[in-house]
Write a protein that binds this ligand. Structure first.
Ligand code: BLA
Length: 515
């Protein structure tokens, strides 16, 4: 395993980001031995913030740092199983340090058998505390959404108003952990990121794992100097302190580089967890200097993230239902038109523009009695036949692929029109085949003129940026089409059944006429 802070772009997924040995400077960390109640590790800014010289800060009781009242509150809080919520406490004024006499937010958790106490100042008036009433009305607005898109858009709005970040995005993972910005609330003068895609490497596996356990993280000032822990290893175990659940954890330098290249000056993100898996993140950016919402505001954002997470699964199911219903109604119209038309049914079918729309396809091919009928964007006939041959099952099963080149590398060159396909047999010698172009052709990062401008400003020396990420995403998805949905396979089957019935009926009519 590479050491913390010693990784490059190739092994950054192995950086142990949970043991940075340092925190961000907007707070102070004390690790206490619960057996003795005295400090075993402290952050090096303990004198600056709490007035206790570093060389006298170890082996001392909490009262020496925060006074008796606060110590009692902290010890009581530590005993509660539900100690997620931050404590707000008043520190005594009779000692030095920037926090003396002030109101502070205190987070308490255990790690490696130590009681970890994190203290940061509460900047009054920066953020309004989340009241029960405002939480309830925010939940009501989230619940009023009927689709995933509406839900994520509302979540971005709520988190934006609670935290005051310049840009709040909802970032959603796909099955390969690539991501897309699916909702955005931003300061009006900022360029939109909505609809942009990023490769899985931008949020490496160990970070995703950490974000599944700890749901909120903040970088209050991208330009910060990390404050080391003292000593950096726990004297009892020689192990670094695991900061997975710390709110002050110093973040990966590579990620800080990424954010500063983007012009971000402060950042926060909140995990969205569906069925115990990371579904996405609420990602927040600030561009106008340091930004530190109160612990209360962060906890409220996390709470709304949890509420929204629970609504996502339900909205996803209903989105699927809606899409399936819309497909059924399109199908009904198509089949009605087919039945009513006196043309040969297959000619009528291929000419129907709904045939492409039904499946979100770019091209379609129908083969009957060796005859190929096509519509939309399709490759040459022999390529179409080759794709059908690869996917066709005589059993009539629907077979779909969003990456045809893995079935036959020779198909890679046809990806601009046929990266993915869905195929169904419509009879002994006939089949239907829908084709989709590769995703890369569909999504255009430079579509927004401001992003083009941004790209032009970045010199070649910039190795981490949204534009570079987007290019990497394009490489990752090269040759892939958008995935096919289960309801689309169902629609194909329904259509095939209807067309078969119609063909049978027409051939009976022809026989009857001939007799
Ligand atoms: C973490 N990367 C993150 C996080 C986000 C992103 C949201 C969570 C931390 C936070 O809240 O800031 C990615 N942020 C994005 C993306 C957008 C955004 C895609 O705003 C798009 C708009 N990052 C890289 C590369 C590496 C990398 C190439 O781009 C490694 C080589 C690493 N990203 C990386 C690491 C973390 C991270 C290590 C964890 C940071 C930490 O929590 O310590």
């Amino acid at each position: 395993t590479p050491a913390y802070g010693r990784v490059d772009l190739n092994n950054c997924d192995r950086e142990p980001i949970h043991i940075p040995g340092a925190i961000q400077p907007h707070g102070v960390l004390l690790a206490v031995d619960p057996a003795t109640g005295t400090t075993v590790m402290v952050s090096a800014n303990v004198e600056e913030l709490l007035g206790v010289p570093l060389d006298e800060a170890l082996g001392r009781p909490l009262t020496d740092f925060v006074g008796e009242g606060a110590t009692r509150a902290i010890e009581h809080h530590a005993e509660l199983a539900t100690a997620r919520e931050p404590l707000t406490l008043l520190l005594p004024a009779d000692r030095g340090g920037a926090l003396a006499g002030g109101t502070v937010d205190v987070g308490v958790h255990t790690s490696g058998g130590r009681l970890v106490v994190e203290i940061e100042s509460l900047e009054r008036g920066r953020a309004l505390p989340m009241s029960y009433r405002s939480a309830r009305s925010a939940m009501g607005r989230l619940a009023a959404s009927t689709t995933v898109d509406e839900l994520t858009a509302q979540l971005a709005r709520e988190v934006s108003s609670i935290t005051g970040f310049d840009r709040v995005m909802v970032y959603r993972f796909d099955q390969h952990w690539n991501g897309e910005v699916v909702a955005e609330e931003r300061r009006e003068d900022l360029n939109p990121f909505l609809g942009l895609h990023y490769p899985a490497t931008d949020i490496p596996a160990q970070a995703r794992r950490l974000y599944t356990a700890n749901w909120t993280r903040l970088i209050a000032d991208i330009g910060y100097t990390p404050v080391p822990l003292h000593p950096v290893l726990d004297p009892a175990t020689e192990a670094p302190l695991d900061l997975s659940h710390s709110t002050l954890r110093s973040v990966s330098p590579i990620h800080v580089e990424y954010l500063s290249n983007m012009g971000v000056t402060a950042s926060m993100s909140v995990s969205l967890i569906v069925d115990e898996e990371l579904w996405g993140l609420v990602a927040c950016h600030h561009y106008s200097g340091p930004h530190r919402p109160s612990q209360d505001a962060r906890a409220a954002a996390e709470f709304l993230g949890q509420v929204a997470s629970q609504m996502v699964a339900e909205r996803e199911r209903s989105d699927q239902r809606e899409a399936a219903l819309a497909a059924q109604s399109t199908l009904a119209k198509m089949t009605a038109r087919l039945s009513a038309s006196s043309d040969a049914p297959l000619d009528g079918l291929v000419a129907d523009p709904d045939l492409l729309r039904l499946m979100d396809a770019g091209g379609v091919a129908l083969c009957h009695d060796e005859q190929l009928h096509t519509a939309g964007q399709v490759p040459d006939d022999d390529v179409v036949r080759r794709i059908a041959q690869l996917l066709l099952r005589p059993t009539g099963d629907v077979v779909a692929s969003d990456h045809l080149a893995v079935l036959d590398p020779a198909l890679a060159e046809h990806a601009p029109v046929a990266a993915g396909a869905l195929c169904i047999a419509a009879g002994p010698e006939s089949w239907l085949l829908w084709l989709r172009p590769e995703l890369e052709q569909v999504v255009d990062w430079g579509g927004d003129p401001t992003n083009k401008l941004l790209a032009a400003q970045e010199g070649p020396e910039v190795r981490l940026s949204p534009r570079k990420s987007f290019e990497k995403w394009q490489q990752v998805v090269r040759g892939h089409s958008a995935p096919w949905e289960a309801w689309q396979a169902d629609a194909a089957t329904a259509l095939q059944t209807h067309v078969n019935g119609l063909m049978l009926q027409r051939s009976r009519e022809q026989i009857a006429v001939a007799e």
